[in-house]
Design a protein around this ligand. Structure first.
Ligand code: FAD
Length: 970
């Protein structure tokens, strides 16, 4: 008998049956609106259907324009639109699955100008006020829902889910809080529920009896003025009468200030709500929210809480959830940890959804594990999330992987994170990776701190450094006072901590350390009773909305959470979870201070200045949570020995709380291993998969002379022939053009930095290349030889022009010597910055030639004709400061490190702006340089006539109104 007999038993709906009790819940994944989105959704859903899920529910599709989440949001209003869905329904049916389409009208949560609601009452989470629907418009909206369901039927869906919960339009009609109408759609409860009932009744009439209609019913509103339990039961019964086939559970409105699905919420915490309706209706009931393992799901069904289980995010984490459970392989399930970092945070940030623990989610057509072309032996140092993801994926491809970690267990920082109350789910990720190591045949060497010499001695030619980070120590007077602790002392080593504590650094780790210090006993995320008391949920459902006053367990500790930045404390936390962390600490009276200057630490405590105020916090301990540095101790020695080194995770970029990037980078590097990076391909994978610092001829990078990497939206193109002072040989000319073509064609790249490896930026054109040109251009015919040479020169020019052709800004970061062809190159960048050691020279005159790849044409426009002539006629060297005075450079930095940091900061600022507008600016300035003012004005008028009315403009305005940062599509 199966371990999950209830979960895996079929469900007969009369006209159709489901093979098991598992529904994949609705998620807007962001593919609904992208190019090729339907193909990608087809692959995404079909993979889940193959994985055995009983019924899939799609992300919400609007029944009309006003119901869309944002301008351009997905809607289904015509046969032509329905046609596009067929690829999805056919793919799911071919995989043996069933799929229902969710119909969702955003109501007053919509992010566009034409939002509507039952009454003109603004939502607390939306800066825009809705217009109240007229009575006729309500009838029209009912018609729109019905038409949408009919179109879903014709597109091949097995049913629809009508979204009636979470505070969207239908829910807004139901609750007196948002419905102040006095017509037939408002006033009494019977009037307020008329709208959803009409929609279901008319939909059933239109689609006939053999089509699934799920109604997502808000069973617990968690807002003041929400429904009572009696009202919910009344509506549920009326919905059954109106023709609903299944009732799904909705918990909490989006504006509710109680977490309902975050990782802090205990597993299956809300199933008691669904149970309230058992026996009150005859149709199946679905329990939802924070159900993430087959054991929990089975127990709920066995205990009679519900008839079906809906899980959404768990199917991002593992498409084979059901199959693995059915085959007795539940310990192989990649469990959803409820973090929201790559799913909901992406959705609300306008990005395509994915999953922290499974970066393939929603990228099924782009990321695939294929057998490696040739066997290779790879050492991976560090068994944190990055190393684990790389090692297990590479081993699955058939590569010979040895994974070393100094610690006695796998997991790296996840072993620290899992001890924070509310992060217990991280244990599951480590269980999953542990199992994957066994299955894929990775050789695991724990308790083994390896040195570069060990790896070189063992003959490794390829090393992946996933060595993570080391905590940063800020330079504060008294930092070595005995009362100062690091977060590792507290979380990992459990050193004693006093009653009054100041935490320096209010990023994710600062917040987590505060949580850790304030809790005692069982964590609320493991105890529903504690959780509900803390967040004020009335599980007797005695009050409207299920609310009651919150009750916190008192902590004896007094905490101060401090940050140097002047922005709101906790501003940088997750988009959809930050408010939970902030509320949790605020409720526990943690004092949060921004704009803090740390003066000193001594016996009296921590001395700080905040604005004009000088304070001494009388603390027993100061805990440092002030960021982290990449741990790359082995890199230089390995590179010097000719070993190819690949940096991933924290060892590459040490931003705190970013396991999402660590796992993604590890997975992508392993998937791309051995493949020649096709940078011309428009969907090129992240070049973070390319060796960031290898100075060997690395077949994985696809480049011989460049190191190309991607950090978020910022690409770095590094000239990488340090042993030849980055002299530009033919390969480099060719690869530069390729790289900038890739920057141009890859939507996620918004800015590029051009820099050099080693002591010089570049010594210019490789003279050996010049000498060897003779052979390549030679022809019996003198004229043909000349013409060949002309072509070569034009081709070299074209490489440099490719920086201008590239629509993204290019920032040159110059250090050391920049000679000859180097000046031609940097003149093509949008901006130039240098460290104070930089020196320049237009060398061509000294080798008896006229510079021919751009300096003479571009430099006079930058620094004026007279100075350009002087430098070109004399070939005299000039330093960074003179270059800045003559306006060749925008800025000079004190050191190479300051240059790198400064240019990255400028690049990040640009990357946060509207990509469309940035492209316009680049095009206009380059055009204006080469044309008259009148021509330029004419061009920009035409440009804006075509490009001004963009989503970017709308988003920038809305962000401004909503006092938030804008989020632009790549
Ligand atoms: P690490 O996890 O740091 O692993 C590096 C490993 O390398 C270590 O195990 C170390 O022992 C090993 N190593 C180093 N040098 C050697 C050597 N010479 N030989 C052998 N082994 C070596 N991220 C999120 O995304 N979400 C969260 O909610 C979150 N919460 C966090 C909470 C806390 C308290 C902490 C500390 C971190 C949290 N993080 C979170 C961050 C996340 O854990 C890191 O981003 C992630 O672990 C980085 O993975 P990594 O593989 O790059 O490095």
């Amino acid at each position: 008998m199966s371990t999950y007999p209830h979960l895996l038993s079929p469900l007969n709906l009369g006209f159709t049956s489901l093979p098991n009790r598992v529904i994949m819940g609705s998620m807007h994944v962001g593919l609904e609106e992208v190019k090729d989105g339907f193909q990608r959704m087809a692959a995404f859903y079909a993979e889940r259907a193959r994985g055995g899920v009983g019924l899939i529910v799609t992300g919400g599709i609007a029944p009309n324009d006003r119901g869309r989440p944002m301008p351009g949001g997905a809607r289904l209003t015509t046969e032509a639109e329905a046609d596009k869905h067929r690829i999805v329904t056919e793919a799911v049916h071919a995989a043996g699955g069933k799929i229902a389409m969710q119909i969702l009208h955003f109501g007053r949560y919509a992010y566009h100008q034409d939002l509507v609601a039952p009454s003109a009452l603004q939502a607390p989470i939306n800066p825009m006020k809705p217009k109240a629907l007229s009575s006729d418009e309500v009838y029209q909206t009912v018609d729109d829902f019905v038409r949408c369901a009919q179109l879903a039927l014709s597109a091949g869906y097995d049913g629809v889910e009508i979204m009636g919960s979470e505070g969207y339009l239908l829910n807004e009609f139901i609750a007196a809080r948002t419905n102040q109408r006095d017509d037939e759609w408002g006033g009494s409860y019977q009037n307020r529920i008329r709208f959803p009932l009409e929609i279901v009744r008319r939909t059933r009439e239109a689609v006939g009896p053999h089509f699934i209609i799920i109604f997502r019913l808000s069973m617990l509103d968690l807002v003041e003025g929400g429904s009572t339990l009696d009202e919910v039961v009344e509506l549920a019964q009326a919905l059954e009468q109106a023709g609903a086939s299944i009732l799904n559970t909705g918990i909490g409105w989006h504006e509710a200030r109680i977490p309902t699905i975050a990782t802090k919420v205990p597993r299956a915490a809300w199933a008691w709500v669904t149970r309230q309706l058992k026996g009150k209706v005859g149709i199946p009931l679905v329990a939802t929210n924070r159900i993430n393992t087959p054991e929990v799901a089975e127990q709920l069904l066995a205990d009679g809480y519900c008839d079906l289980i809906s899980m959404a995010r768990p199917f991002l984490a593992d498409p084979e959830f059901v199959l693995k459970a059915a085959q007795g392989r539940a310990d192989e399930i990649n469990t959803c940890i409820g973090c929201n970092q790559a799913c909901l945070d992406h959705t609300f940030g306008g990005k395509v959804t994915s999953c922290l623990v499974n970066p393939r989610a929603c990228h099924e057509t782009l990321l695939n594990i294929t057998p490696a072309a040739k066997p290779e032996r790879i050492a991976v140092v560090g068994a944190g999330p990055a190393g684990l993801a790389f090692a297990t994926t590479a081993a699955q491809r058939g590569l010979e992987v040895t994974l070393f970690d100094a610690a006695p267990e796998i997991g790296g920082q996840f072993n620290i994170a899992k001890q924070v109350p509310g992060k217990e789910e991280f244990y599951e990720t480590l269980r999953y990776f542990g199992k994957q190591i066994e299955r894929t045949g990775v050789t695991l060497k724990l308790g083994t701190r390896v040195s570069a010499a060990d790896l070189i001695g063992a003959g490794y030619k390829q090393v992946v450094l996933a060595t993570g980070v080391s905590p940063r120590t800020p330079p504060i007077e008294g930092i070595d006072h005995p009362k100062v602790l690091g977060y590792l002392d507290v979380l990992r080593d459990k050193k004693p901590v006093g009653q009054r504590v100041a935490l320096i650094g209010a990023g994710g780790i600062g917040f987590d350390t505060a949580e850790f210090l304030l809790h005692s006993g069982v964590s609320p995320s493991l105890s529903p009773v504690k959780f509900f008391a803390e967040w004020g949920v009335d599980t007797t459902y005695g009050e409207r909305g299920g609310l009651k006053p919150a009750h916190l367990e008192a902590s004896d500790r007094k905490l101060w959470l401090l940050q140097r930045k002047t922005s709101k404390v906790g501003d940088g936390l997750g988009k959809t979870t930050g408010w939970i962390h902030r509320t949790s600490l605020k409720n526990r009276q943690v004092e949060m201070l921004a704009g803090v200057n740390y003066r000193k630490i001594d016996d009296a405590g921590l001395h700080i200045t905040v604005g004009e105020r000088e304070l001494t916090l009388p603390v027993d301990n100061v805990v440092i949570c002030a960021g982290q540095e990449p741990q790359r101790a082995l890199q230089a020695e390995l590179l010097a020995a000719g070993v190819a080194v690949h940096l991933i995770g924290g060892a590459d970029v040490a931003e705190e709380l970013d396991a999402k990037r660590a796992i993604k980078q590890g997975t992508e590097l392993a998937m791309a291993w051995g493949a020649t990076a096709d940078l011309d391909a428009k969907s090129a994978s992240s070049p973070a998969t390319v060796s960031a610092s290898s100075n060997t001829k690395d077949s994985n990078s696809g480049y011989e002379t460049l190191a190309v990497s991607l950090d978020g939206p910022v690409a770095t193109i590094r000239l990488n022939r340090p042993d030849k002072a980055n002299a530009m040989n033919l390969t480099m000319w060719h690869e530069l053009r390729q790289a900038f073509k890739w920057v141009d064609a890859t939507p996620s790249v918004r800015v590029a930095i051009l820099e050099g490896e080693g002591r010089a930026f570049t010594a210019g054109i490789d003279l050996q290349m010049m000498m060897s040109l003779g052979d390549t251009i030679q022809d019996d015919c003198e004229a043909r030889t000349r013409e060949n040479l002309r072509q070569v020169i034009l081709d070299l020019q074209d490489t440099l022009t490719s920086l201008e052709r590239c629509r993204k800004p290019v920032l040159a970061a110059i250090h050391g010597a920049c000679i000859g062809g180097g000046i031609d190159l940097v003149c093509c960048a949008d901006m130039r910055y240098a460290s104070s050691d930089a020196s320049f020279c237009i060398k061509e005159i000294d080798i008896g030639m006229t510079a021919d790849v751009g300096t003479l044409q571009r430099l006079p426009k930058l620094i004026g004709e007279g100075m350009a002539r002087e430098l070109a006629y004399t070939a005299r060297s000039f330093g960074a400061l003179e270059a800045q005075q003559m306006r060749l450079l925008n800025r000079v930095f004190d050191s190479r490190e300051a240059l790198a940091a400064g240019v990255r900061e400028i690049a990040s600022t640009i990357a946060a702006k509207s990509p469309l507008s940035i492209r316009g600016i680049k095009e206009m300035i380059t055009y204006a340089r080469d044309h008259s003012v009148a021509d330029g004005l004419n061009y920009v008028a035409t440009w804006n006539a075509a490009m001004l009315m963009s989503n970017d403009l709308q988003e920038a305005m809305m962000a401004n109104m909503g006092k938030r940062k804008p989020v632009f599509k790549d």
